[in-house]
Design a protein around this ligand. Sequence first.
Ligand code: SF4
Ligand code: FES
Length: 249
Amino acid sequence: MFQIEIDGRECEADQGSTILEVARRNGINIPTLCHHDGLTPYGACRLCIVEVTQRGRSRLESSCTRPAEDGMVIRTNTEQIRECRALIAELLLARCPSSARIQAISQELGVTKTRFSPLNEDCILCGLCVRACQDAIGASAISFMNRGMERKVSTPFDIDSDVCVGCGACAQVCPTGAIKIEDVGDRRYVRYFNTELELLRCSECGRPFTTKRRKTQLAAKQPLPDDLLCLCQTCRRKRLASSLRTYVR
Ligand code: SF4
Ligand code: FES
C-alpha cells in the first residue's frame, strides 16, 4: 500500500490499481466512456484524462489506463482538463450525433452542440464490444480493422463469423447502440457483424432462448448436465426449485 494525492486528498492505493480505480474507491468522480470494470482498460475515449504530477513534471494522462504510483499528485477537474474533455465531447458528438449516450455525456460536460461537421457514424471505436467478446466471452469474433478514417470493428473479412456465439455481450456494452441483436423465428441476427445463428428452443417451454453455439460453448465450460443447459432461465429456475423441494422433503 502507498499514498497518492487526488484533488488535495490523501488516498491509499495498492500496486496494480489504476488512478481511476483509486479515485472511485475514494468517491471522486471522473467521467468515462470506454471503461468497463470487468474488461481490460483500453484508453480509447480519453474522457477520463487527469493531470498527473510526478518528480516535478505534469502531464495529462488517461486515468483508466495509468497505474497509480507512490507519491503521485493527481488533479481531476482543472480548467485545462474541463476544456480538453469538452473538446473530446464535441468530437464524439460530431462523430455520432444521434447517439443518446453521447448526447447525455456531452451535456454532463457542458457541451450541447459541436463546431465540427457531423460524420453521422454509429461507432465511436471505443473497443468495448471487442473486449467483451474477447475477455468476457472468450470468442474473439470481432476486432479492429483498417487504419485512419477507415478504422472500424468487424468480423474477419466482414463476413458471417463462424466463432461468434451470438451471446449479445457486444450489444450490451456498446455505448452508442450501434449493435443490435434481432431474433426472428429460429434465427438470431447480429446484422452489424453480418452474422446469423441458429436459436435453440427451451426443451420445457419451447421458447427460443439462446443460440446453439452459445450452448455448446457453455457445455464445454460448465459442469452443468445437458438437460439443464437445454432449459431457458425461467424453466431452469423452476426445475432447480422443484429438485430442491424434493431433496428437503
Ligand atoms: S460498435 Fe459500439 S462497442 Fe463496438 S467499438 Fe463501436 S461504439 Fe464501441
Ligand atoms: S474511459 Fe479512460 S480513455 Fe475512455
